[in-house]
Design a protein. Structure first.
Length: 337
């Protein structure tokens, strides 16, 4: 047998299950709603219907269970070589390379689905209302997700794509197709930098205004490198902006009067490191000037991806943030239930 010719699996070969199928059935049964079922059905299918046994044999993923079917797929390779008038070794090499790519891509997608299942189980409180009541995840979205997820081979990206899928299953429309494609473009350096930005970011979202997620430049100018001590130099902000994660205007500002504590509640919480905060006037007296925050802000796509970030606190920045608000006559205090 030529070294380039793949070893054909026998009818008794033991095959590993795809990633999603390794999830215990007791776990899968606890994930509610049609969106989960639809996602698994759309994303966890056979890699190809043509020559599937031959192609997946290289990765012990063959679905052929008889010697006769294996022989048919081998004959297919022989016919291809005759039609192209090339040596069978070249055809075998090409099919070997293609099969390795296809099987690897299916594993990438199915690992993302498996991570989504884990996310749905680990954070059940986010499921909220029954899945049937939040709308159905769209076929176009699943197709776009799959086309990007096939190329996500690193554990970090598979984990992030799993979180995106879980979020879309919970609430269809949470992530636009453009955001999915944006996520796929990020390299490890940019993803790490985005995590840093989100870890310094304060998110304000209320019922009557647009979600605002920005890093407070602490009364200074971000475009003058004022955030460099906290790992966000001007050049690093530019990198995030080039990827479409940040708005190009680093000096924009947002009023924070919605976040001022009125003695009972706030109109909008200021979310920092995943926890709700409020601005409490010192001595119970409102300062004469309304509070606002100036600094670089996330785009819509960046704000959508903000929800999948695992925050990592920078104690130095947290201290500076408290000092900034104290200087304006407020305590930046966590809201306790």
């Amino acid at each position: 047998m030529n070294d380039l010719e793949p070893t054909q699996p026998s009818a008794t070969t033991e095959y590993e299950l795809p990633g999603w199928a390794q999830i215990p059935i007791t776990v899968l049964a606890k994930i509610p709603g049609v969106n989960w079922a639809k996602s698994v059905s759309a994303l966890c299918t056979a890699a190809t219907d043509i020559g599937v046994a031959y192609l997946e044999g290289f990765a012990r993923q063959a679905r052929a269970n008889t010697e006769g079917r294996i022989q048919v797929t081998s004959a297919l390779a022989e016919q291809i070589s005759q039609r192209l008038d090339v040596s069978p070794e070249y055809v075998n090499a090409a099919m070997h390379k293609f099969s390795t790519k296809v099987v690897g891509q299916r594993k990438n997608v199915e690992q993302a689905v498996r991570n989504a299942a884990k996310e749905l189980m680990d954070v059940p409180s986010r499921l909220g209302a029954p899945q049937d009541s939040v709308g159905e995840i769209s076929d176009d979205w699943l197709n776009a997700f799959e086309s990007e997820a096939v190329n996500m081979s690193s554990q970090q990206m598979q984990m992030l794509f799993g979180k995106i899928l879980a979020g879309e299953i919970r609430a269809p429309g949470s992530y636009s197709i453009r955001t999915v494609k944006l996520m796929a473009q990020l390299d490890n350096k940019t993803a790490t930098l985005f995590k840093k930005f989100c870890s310094l970011c304060v998110l304000v979202e209320g019922p009557h205004f647009v979600k605002d997620a920005r890093v407070n430049s602490l009364g200074k100018e971000a475009n003058a490198n004022s955030l460099h001590p906290y790992g966000l130099s001007y050049s690093e902000l530019n990198l995030l902006q080039e990827y479409g994660l940040l708005s190009p205007e680093y000096r924009s500002q947002m009023p924070y009067s919605w976040c001022v504590w009125n003695g009972e509640s706030v109109l909008a919480e200021a979310i920092y490191l995943g926890k709700p905060y409020a601005l409490i006037p010192k001595n119970g007296e409102l300062p004469s000037d309304s509070p606002y925050v100036r600094g670089p802000v996330l785009t819509q796509g960046g704000a959508e991806l903000y929800s999948i970030v695992d925050f990592e606190e920078d104690p130095t920045y947290t201290s500076a943030l408290h000092d900034y608000w104290a200087g304006l006559g407020y305590e930046f205090a966590p809201i306790t239930s």
